[in-house]
Ligand binder design. Structure first.
Ligand SMILES: NC(=O)c1ccc[n+]([C@@H]2O[C@H](COP(=O)([O-])OP(=O)(O)OC[C@H]3O[C@@H](n4cnc5c(N)ncnc54)[C@H](OP(=O)(O)O)[C@@H]3O)[C@@H](O)[C@H]2O)c1
Length: 262
């Protein structure tokens, strides 16, 4: 049997084990996926090999460590400098970022041009760089200046709350953790409300919750979604990697969707 896990701190809330174990079972793959709390990111590799794992997902706060410790990094993860998926082959660790393409898959059905990303953390980096690769030019709005440096260096238009100048955006994406464990909006209401009154779509990366951001979107009549589909699609991409692309993607997608309704 091949063993898989999610490494992070905390991981108790994660529904990745449910999705991957259901996929293993339904698709007849001899695998098992569990949750492991890892406190020290520098020990990711040691823990991975000690437990004889074949693959892992890496979540908050270790995605940067996972990037640094991998032997080979593929795709957008190289630019983002953060990874959420490891796969072991011949004693080497191959690393990927499936968050960004997973997110993109979840918004493909929308028709938009101008995008505002709220937040400037790891998830914002992944989404912003991926959207740029797809030909968009998202603007970034963050509470404080520090994390904006990464985006400025890569040519993004960036604002803190204090310096924000309103423009019209079709799509507003919340990548902050505001609303995850509190009832906070990701930006002050006096900035957010006029922006959302002009927007068409609001997407939150937080899943399984109507955050205050999404509640405002609903109140203002926008089309909105939470991060469940992002989770689904990043998981499907990770599953393909974990099983060395041995299954048909449509089949994985069908079964993974089923898993999330359990
Ligand atoms: N659906 C999925 O599959 C999926 C995948 C990945 C991540 N996520 C979610 O994405 C979220 C962000 O994760 P991350 O790793 O990118 O976090 P992170 O690197 O820690 O970044 C957090 C960002 O949120 C901002 N922020 C935090 N609290 C805020 C508040 N009360 N008001 C306004 N801004 C606030 C921070 O601003 P400052 O710079 O000012 O501190 C920073 O820009 C988490 O909720 C995570 O669960 C979901």
């Amino acid at each position: 049997m091949k063993l898989y896990a999610i490494f992070g701190n905390p991981v108790a809330h994660s529904i990745s084990p449910k999705m991957h174990n259901y996929l293993f079972q339904k698709l007849g793959f001899d695998g098992c996926y569990t949750k492991i709390v890892v406190e020290d990111g520098a020990k990711l590799k040691e823990r991975f090999f000690d437990l004889s794992l074949k693959g892992i997902n890496i979540t908050v706060p270790h995605k940067e460590w996972a990037y640094k410790l991998a032997d080979e990094v593929y795709g957008i993860a190289k630019e983002v400098e953060a990874v959420n998926t490891w796969y072991e082959k011949n004693g080497k660790i191959y690393a990927y970022n499936t968050d960004a393409p997973g997110f993109y898959e979840s918004i493909k059905e929308y028709a938009f041009e101008n995008i505002l990303i709220l937040g400037a953390g790891g998830t914002a980096k992944a989404i912003a760089l991926y959207l740029k690769e797809k030909g968009y030019n998202p603007h970034i709005l963050n509470r404080s200046a520090g994390r904006l440096q990464f985006f400025k260096e890569r040519g993004f238009i960036c604002y803190t709350w204090d310096e924000f100048e309103q423009e019209k955006y079709d799509l507003i994406i919340n990548t902050t953790s505001a609303g995850l464990k509190d009832e906070a909006l990701p930006a002050p209401q006096k900035i957010l409300k006029p922006l959302m009154q002009e927007a068409k779509y609001a997407v939150d990366v937080i899943y399984n919750k109507l955050t205050p951001f999404l509640a405002l979107a609903r109140e203002l009549g926008l089309t909105y979604k939470d991060g469940t589909q992002m989770l689904l699609y990043q998981g499907i991409l990770a599953f393909e990697i974990f099983t060395d692309f041995s299954f048909n993607k449509e089949e994985i997608t069908r079964v993974a969707k089923e898993a999330l309704t359990l």
